[in-house]
Design a protein around this ligand. Structure first.
Ligand SMILES: Cc1cc2nc3c(=O)[nH]c(=O)nc-3n(C[C@H](O)[C@H](O)[C@H](O)COP(=O)(O)OP(=O)(O)OC[C@H]3O[C@@H](n4cnc5c(N)ncnc54)[C@H](O)[C@@H]3O)c2cc1C
Length: 503
């Protein structure tokens, strides 16, 4: 018997570790049957949010259903994995625990503890690369260093051969539901009493309240492999062939919206990539316009950005709290609490910024172009430390992923790898005008501006108080003057670089 420990890979198909644990796939593989397990770890829950707990529970419910369809089930326990996994292994008489690697610093510390705990009781353990197509150590510069410039990383990433999707386990590779129930009752008798496992059972799922969280106000969207596959199929059917041309327009629904599925591992990245290769073959045929291959490649580039940031985090775990790029003098952020609070509420008086912040609140999601705009606004118009923004996104995004979120924030703040240069400062009005010309996205999330001409919305900062009061009395005036703040931001960054701010 094997134990397969699910973490950020809530799927049965294209799961490298699960295929190994169940003896599926490669000839002579020595796995199976495997008992699938998920552990609610108090240390991980300490960093969670209402949104992400809801999304996780939905993903686990879908995973449990997938196992039940295969005659098995999901064992769920609550407690410190260092204590829970050795006990579960004993209860199931398992001689090996298998999992997929997680590349964040916190996860790596936890996994080191689990390895030690399993070694202490002579249970084998095995960790696989699964979450990315190319593991964080696989792609390095010719000098052997990790990449800090995306375009060079991409060249190597795209040239490398990609693994095929891992095969899904057959029913005989999985422990059947009765066997799991026996183990769970053994565990009950053995261990609940000493507090190592504080809760659990076969198919047991707590409510958010049981875990100390509330139901979120936002709609977190569908979860699970079937929903992820539907979304990928839909996207690859048509939208991908215009992805590069359309992806920056938030009203157009031109992106895949796969991020939360990828974050929770509800779809395997090999499966997703193989599907894009099929789309590429179609793009190269006569059935599609000449530029279709570039459009598909642009989408593959986003999968590579995800892996680029995974390797940045892997090699530089400190970036979670520190600037990647050190500024000689340190950046003297203004950090005005009222301005930061108005940004969070979506009441800055800059329509595209407010629409984005309200989309976040309502849908636990924000379009990529708008994430860039609101992040630039927080750091370069409000002169607030990117960490305020990162913490807010971490709290509110269903797809929050430490590597991507941190990468996105440090890019916008000009502190990261391959970041936006500090002197490139988005103008929130022209960004709104260019990417939401009819103000469709803006008015979807900012009802106070509905019924107004798009031109008026894009000129909001230039209107007089009377014009604003007549046009949309409930919508705020801009809380800052963009041109003034732009100058202040340039001076702030120059000082941090040890340069003369007046030059
Ligand atoms: C400030 C900021 C914070 C961000 N925080 C997150 C986050 O917490 N989690 C997250 O997954 N993405 C984050 N991103 C990246 C990007 O905004 C989202 O991945 C994207 O909007 C998700 O929508 P989609 O699935 O429709 O993307 P698509 O355009 O369809 O892209 C497909 C997939 O590629 C990956 N991807 C796309 N863009 C990026 C990128 N710039 N960096 C890394 N991976 C990317 C995602 O997994 C995404 O699902 C952030 C970007 C910024 C600027």
């Amino acid at each position: 018997m094997e134990l397969f420990w699910h973490r950020r890979d809530l799927r049965v198909a294209d799961n490298v570790g699960l295929a190994a644990a169940t003896g599926t796939g490669e000839e002579g593989a020595d796995g199976g049957p495997a008992a699938p397990v998920f552990v609610f770890d108090p240390d991980v829950l300490d960093h969670a949010s209402d949104v992400r707990v809801r999304r996780l529970l939905d993903g686990l419910a879908a995973l449990r259903d997938d196992y039940r369809e295969r005659g098995s089930d999901l064992l769920v326990a609550r407690g410190d994995p260092e204590a829970v996994l050795p006990r579960l292994a004993a209860a199931l008489d398992a001689d090996r625990v298998v999992w997929n690697r997680d590349y964040s610093g916190l996860a790596r510390e936890r996994d080191a503890g689990v390895r030690r705990a399993l070694d202490a009781v002579d249970v084998e353990r095995e960790a696989h690369h699964d979450a990315v197509l190319h593991d964080p150590d696989a792609i390095r510069t010719n000098a052997g260093d990790p990449y800090s410039v995306y375009s060079y990383y991409w060249k190597k990433w795209t040239d490398r051969t990609k693994d095929d999707p891992a095969p899904a386990p057959t029913a005989h590779g999985l422990a059947d539901a009765d066997r799991l129930a026996d183990a769970a009752s053994a565990l009950d008798a053995l261990d609940m009493a000493d507090g190592a496992v504080t809760d659990g059972g076969v198919g047991w799922l707590p409510s958010p309240a049981d875990l100390g969280f509330a139901e979120p106000d936002a709609e977190v969207g569908p979860a699970g492999t079937a929903a992820a596959r539907d979304r990928l199929d839909d996207f690859l059917d048509e939208a991908v062939f215009a992805y590069e041309a359309e992806r920056d327009y938030p009203a157009r629904e031109a992106t895949s919206r796969l991020s939360a599925f990828l974050k929770y591992g509800e779809i395997g990245v090999r499966e997703a990539y193989a599907a894009t290769e099929e789309a590429m073959a179609e793009a190269e045929s006569d059935a599609r316009p000449d530029d279709a291959p570039e459009q598909v490649e642009e989408f593959q580039q986003q999968l590579a950005w995800r892996e680029f940031y995974a390797q940045v985090l892997f090699h530089n775990p400190e970036v979670v709290t520190e600037n990647y790029k050190a500024y000689e003098e340190g950046i003297a952020w203004r950090d005005d609490p009222d301005e930061i609070a108005a940004w969070k509420r979506g009441e800055t008086g800059y329509p595209i910024v407010d629409a984005g912040m309200r989309q976040l609140r309502e849908e636990a999601f924000m379009h990529n172009r708008v994430r860039m705009i609101v992040a630039s606004f927080l750091t370069k118009d409000l002169l607030a430390d990117w960490r305020h923004g990162y913490d807010h996104f971490r709290d509110k995004l269903a797809d929050h992923d430490t590597a991507n979120d941190n990468g996105g924030w440090q890019w916008a703040a000009s502190t990261g790898t391959d970041a936006q240069p500090y002197f490139r400062i988005f103008n929130p009005m022209t960004q709104g005008e260019r990417y939401d010309p009819e103000a469709e996205y803006i008015t979807e999330y900012v009802p106070e501006l509905r019924g107004l001409d798009a031109d008026l919305i894009h000129e909001w900062h230039e209107l007089s108080p009377t014009q604003r009061a007549n046009a949309a009395p409930d919508y705020p005036a801009p809380i800052v003057d963009h041109s003034e703040r732009r100058e202040e931001a340039l001076a702030m960054y120059k000082r941090a670089r040890g340069e003369d701010p007046d030059e």
